[in-house]
Design a protein around this ligand. Structure first.
Ligand SMILES: Cc1cc2nc3c(=O)[nH]c(=O)nc-3n(C[C@H](O)[C@H](O)[C@H](O)COP(=O)(O)OP(=O)(O)OC[C@H]3O[C@@H](n4cnc5c(N)ncnc54)[C@H](O)[C@@H]3O)c2cc1C
Length: 417
């Protein structure tokens, strides 16, 4: 293979050869960090469209890492999360909070961004000829079919093997890499989510829905006992992202649906038939062509994330339910920790111990955030929330994984001289 990374490999046999399985948010962030450490990074992804279709929160803890990597989401359309509104299912306001002052607690902004825009930027930086290190070899349509962590071997779709000093399993909730550690069960939560994006102008031009979108940089939620709706701006306030979480039996979502099951406007209207007429008017503005439904799955806790030369990150290791908007953020934190424990000039013989260090840095925090996400998603009882959605913010947002991992590494290095 004559690529920039392969040429550097030939010229610098002492650099680590790192293979990342999966080019999602976590895999690409790890690729950027590790490339900047000087390593040669090959990233295999099964598709190139995963980033499309919806928006995500970039919470302050994720943004702190991205900004330290020179990635400023406002430059590709991210909006501030400045206002938080909660409505009953009938549309009565019971909470309306201006977050401008409260957000000053965090050293980095809380933003709302189109997933595709974030994904494109990560991909651009990972593969750019500019910047430190060697451009990442990003190979699409390359569904890895097996991983041997002890030998550091990946099996490609055509049966050929790719050998690496380090393998990072960043291949999402349906991870193939994870199977070499444990074939854990994915657990249905009984919930599924419809997702779609509509132009904000469509809501503004309808007198019924216009009051709902009169404020920029806002997130609005409607709560019923066993279903809820999240609506927030993205794309420089030009678009509205809607996530509608409901009992999965009502949309017939099943675990095999993965990311791709189509849904219809009629189906969404039926699931939300008892809700605010203004919400139903917004749903009618969706295009059935872009409407999808996702099964929300949990996972049995893995006893470890590391085996031999391989470490898992992100959803492959600890998938988070979406109620705290922390799944991608935790994948980004994992990526930051990996890039701290594998600095340039790491000897191949140290890889396993350093990956174990990564696991010890990240295991408790990622699983704690995962548990908070479960709690935040609990159904309401007697028309009241069981848990305040924003209760875990200090733990989630007030964390700098670069600084945290650097402290652990310094202690580890002192005990290894
Ligand atoms: C409804 C909903 C809303 C959400 N909202 C938020 C939010 O606001 N904020 C937030 O932080 N998180 C949010 N999340 C969670 C977030 O989307 C995930 O936690 C995050 O995408 C995980 O990143 P990842 O890189 O670990 O995995 P993924 O993003 O799933 O990426 C995995 C990649 O691996 C590739 N792949 C898979 N198998 C293979 C293989 N065998 N070989 C090669 N490549 C492979 C895939 O094609 C993909 O590119 C939400 C999730 C849902 C369902």
């Amino acid at each position: 293979m004559d690529t920039p990374a392969a040429r550097v490999a030939a010229a610098n046999p002492l650099l680590l050869n790192i293979a990342i399985v999966g080019g999602g948010v976590g895999g690409l962030t790890a690729a950027i960090g590790l490339r900047r450490n000087g390593h040669r990074v090959f990233e295999k992804s099964s598709d190139s469209t995963r980033g499309s279709g919806a928006a995500i929160h970039l919470c302050p803890n994720a943004n702190g890492i991205l900004r330290q990597m020179g990635i400023y989401a406002e430059s590709f359309g991210a909006c501030s999360m400045s206002r938080y509104i909660e409505l009953t299912k009938d549309g009565h306001t019971f909470k309306d909070v201006d977050l401008t002052e409260a957000n000053k607690r965090w050293p980095h902004p809380w933003q709302l961004v189109l997933r595709a825009a974030l994904y494109q930027e990560l991909k651009r930086i990972a593969t750019s000829e500019e910047g430190d290190g060697v451009p990442v070899d990003l190979v699409f349509s390359c569904q890895i079919i097996d991983v041997d962590p002890q030998r550091g071997a990946l099996t490609m779709p055509d049966g050929r093997e790719h050998q690496a000093d380090v393998i990072i399993g960043a291949d999402g909730i349906y991870s193939t890499a994870r199977r070499s550690i444990k074939d854990v069960k994915l657990l249905p939560t009984g919930k599924a989510a419809f997702r779609f994006v509509i132009p904000r102008s469509a809501a503004e031009s309808d007198p019924l829905t216009a009051p709902l979108v009169s404020q920029k940089d806002a997130l609005t939620m409607w709560f019923g006992d066993d279903r809820r709706v999240v609506m927030y701006v993205c794309d420089d306030n030009e678009q509205l992202n809607l996530v509608l979480i409901h009992p999965d039996v009502e949309s017939h979502a099943v675990p095999e649906d993965e990311w791709t099951k189509d849904a219809s406007v009629e189906q969404v209207l039926s699931v939300y038939r008892d809700f605010d007429p203004r919400l139903k008017a917004l749903i009618r503005k969706a295009s059935s062509l872009s409407l999808k439904v996702w099964q929300l799955l949990d996972m049995e806790k893995l006893p470890r994330w590391v085996s031999g030369k391989m470490a898992l990150l992100g959803d492959a290791a600890h998938p988070c339910l979406p109620y705290q908007a922390q799944g991608a953020a935790q994948a980004i934190e994992d990526a930051a920790a990996l890039s701290v424990v594998l600095p340039g000039a790491t000897a191949p013989g140290e890889v396993h111990d350093r990956l174990r260090l990564y696991e010890s840095i990240r295991y408790e925090r990622a699983h704690t955030v995962q548990e908070y996400s479960r709690l935040a998603g609990q159904d309401w009882v007697d028309g009241k929330p069981v848990v305040d959605m924003r209760k875990f913010e200090t733990y989630n947002f007030g964390h700098d994984e670069f600084a945290n991992a650097a402290e652990y590494l310094a202690l580890w290095e002192r005990s290894h001289v």
